[in-house]
Design a protein around this ligand. Structure first.
Ligand code: PPE
Length: 313
């Protein structure tokens, strides 16, 4: 990973090599904290962060679910997010917001440790590989079940939740697949280890509903709106994994993965076994939007430089 110059920590810009925490940082031991992943794209008229307010709203909601009080205001974090991209002079990058419990006391019940916040940025290419983004990836149903909604706050992007995801991801990678498909406790499709799942059947696009144990993905929400605007019928409903096997197309959405086609699920070809036309249309429209090429969706962009339309050279 290329090291950025600066990291935003607790209200200050610090050098990359100084962006460290104490070994007794509470969250490091128990995983109780929340985070966000957001992308900044090099738009035609300057760098812009995609759906920054929605990502930060989810960060504050995640914290609320965990009963963590965040020490900085929403507005301050909007400004800090732009500031850290500018401080590193990046045109495009991934932003990682994190809120965690710092050091002080140990033990599960400690209430006195400070809650800390940071934003780090780095350059991140195609999450599931450039080839995967173009041609499609291979998905394998995991032996790990998504944790049930009564035990796991799926609507919180909580750090500890990711033990479940990483177990599934490592299992899939070791077995030679690109990504893990996770089922819920009833056996229905929930999501991939770090992406939401969609299928295409004729003119209809289906994805599990928000009431499932899925993260309410911001890319998911964007793709639902975009697909409807393109004239597709979009349904949010539960389905078993064999519905994926017989779909015309399958794709994944996520900030990191963007819109990634799936060409195979559990050793079964999906459609023709290549990236499907509907997926590629949505992917291409999605890239137009995040790159500021579609005026209808400019509402989703937060330009990093103050002048409307980005920095003028
Ligand atoms: N489900 C999960 C479990 C998840 O982690 C993500 C994001 C999504 C769905 C898609 O949500 P959204 O990004 O709002 O569209 N996963 C992050 C993981 C990246 C990482 O490896 O770290 C991401 O895409 O940023």
């Amino acid at each position: 990973m290329e090291k950025a110059k600066k990291v935003w920590m607790d209200g200050r810009l610090v050098n990359w090599k100084d962006a460290n925490v104490h070994i007794l940082t509470h969250t490091l031991h128990y995983g109780f904290g929340v985070f966000e992943g957001t992308r900044c794209y090099k738009c035609v008229d300057g760098p812009a962060i995609f759906r920054l307010e929605d990502h930060l709203r989810r960060l504050y909601n995640s914290a609320h679910i965990l009963t963590l009080e965040l020490p900085f205001s929403f507005e301050r974090m909007i400004e800090a997010s732009k500031e850290i991209v500018r401080a590193n002079n990046y045109q495009e990058c991934y932003l990682r917001h994190i809120a965690y419990i710092g050091d002080g006391e140990m033990g599960l019940g400690t209430m006195t440790n400070p809650t800390r916040m940071a934003i780090a940025v780095w350059k991140w290419g195609a999450y599931l590989g450039a080839d995967g983004l173009k041609r499609g990836i291979r998905l394998k149903t995991s032996s790990y079940t998504r944790l049930p909604v009564q035990s796991f706050p799926a609507k919180a992007k909580a750090i500890g939740n990711y033990v479940n995801s990483i177990l599934a991801k490592r299992e899939a990678l070791k077995a030679g697949y690109d990504e893990a498909l996770m089922l819920d406790t009833a056996g229905y499709v929930s999501e991939a280890s770090g992406e939401n799942v969609f299928l295409v059947s004729g003119n209809t696009i289906i994805t599990p509903p928000e009431s499932s144990s899925i993260l309410n993905g911001i890319t998911r929400k964007s793709v639902i709106e975009l697909a409807r605007d393109l004239g597709y019928r979009v349904k949010e409903e539960i389905f078993p994994r064999d519905t994926l096997y017989i779909a015309d197309e399958v794709f994944l959405t996520g900030t990191a993965a963007e819109v990634t086609p799936v060409r195979e699920v559990d050793n079964r070809k999906i459609g023709k076994g290549i990236a499907g036309p509907v997926t590629l249309e949505i992917q291409s429209e999605f890239f137009n939007i995040v790159l500021g090429k579609n005026p209808e969706y400019k509402k989703w962009l937060t330009y990093v430089y103050p002048k409307k339309g980005g920095r003028k050279k």
